[in-house]
Write a protein that binds this ligand. Structure first.
Ligand SMILES: [Zn+2]
Length: 274
């Protein structure tokens, strides 16, 4: 079994706010170490379960993987192909797993939740709200690659389970704010999602290792991990007001047959009346 491991920093236990995810800030190096150790725990579990080849993808904007700490049995991808989506994934993979993933923008009790950037208010495809998990899981489904495991905060785990029934998850922290922040600007929203209760990183890694192993073992006998897709695809992104945008906007794009194609399209922004 060949596995693509998608990684991000905001869903890692012990990563408390943006100072842990941003270059030049006090805890950035620690944030990368915490992510890399969670990735290594997942790799351990995947190999125990029977995975034979693993590619780790560092998808955090400024970089989230400490290469010297990374398990030597994996390859590491950094950067994207010409057509960004599906982020280097292809049909040769059997499964995708997520480590350190956060929930989509505006998720109640989501810790550091956002989609792509803090500017997204909401992204929907055919009316269904998705986040970074859904974006890649749906690309994977179009390619016939199964989504089998994800770790991150509790709100992320519920989001993944709702979109992919049967997916194995490991929750490593829990956000404390129910307020989804729909009317906040980007800077206010950034500050609104930072409170959480974290598992100890050592305990988080135990859960991730167990979950990843179980996911590979279950995938051998159980049928789960592919999202049924229904073309045509209409993708709408609503954007929050900020220094750049005095008021909220939206853009929409459509593709008759391919979810991956619609992810690579961007339309003209128009004023959003909400
Ligand atoms: Zn992210």
């Amino acid at each position: 079994m060949k596995v693509f491991v998608m990684t991000d920093v905001e869903g890692v236990a012990g990563v408390q706010d943006w100072d842990w995810t941003t270059p030049g800030k006090l805890h950035y190096a620690e944030g990368r170490e915490l992510l890399t150790r969670e990735v290594n725990a997942a790799v351990e579990g995947l190999l125990e379960g029977g995975a034979t080849e693993i590619l780790v993808c560092d998808a955090h904007g400024p970089g989230g993987i400490d290469v010297q700490l990374l398990d030597p049995r994996v390859s590491l991808q950094r950067g994207w192909p010409d057509e960004e989506w599906p982020l280097g994934l292809d049909e040769s993979f059997d499964a995708v797993v997520w480590v350190g993933q956060h929930a989509k923008a505006r998720t109640p009790y989501g810790h550091l939740c956002h989609t792509q950037s803090l500017h997204y208010l909401e992204e929907t495809v055919n009316g269904v709200a998705i986040g970074e998990f859904g974006e890649l899981a749906m690309c994977a489904s179009e390619l016939g690659v199964r989504s089998i495991f994800g770790s991150g905060d509790e709100a992320f785990c519920r989001e993944a389970e709702a979109l992919v029934p049967g997916i194995e998850t490991a929750a490593v922290k829990r956000g404390l704010r129910a307020d989804v922040g729909g009317d906040l600007d980007v800077d206010e929203y950034r500050r609104a999602t930072t409170s959480a209760v974290h598992l100890h990183p050592v305990r988080a890694r135990e859960l991730i290792r167990e979950g990843a192993r179980r996911a590979v073992e279950r995938a051998k006998n159980e049928d789960f991990g592919i999202i049924p897709l229904q073309p045509p695809f209409r993708r709408v992104v609503k954007l929050r007001r900020s220094d750049r945008r005095p008021s909220a906007t939206f853009m929409e794009v459509e593709h008759p047959s391919s979810f991956i194609a619609v992810m690579n399209m961007w339309g003209e922004e128009q004023p959003l009346d909400e």
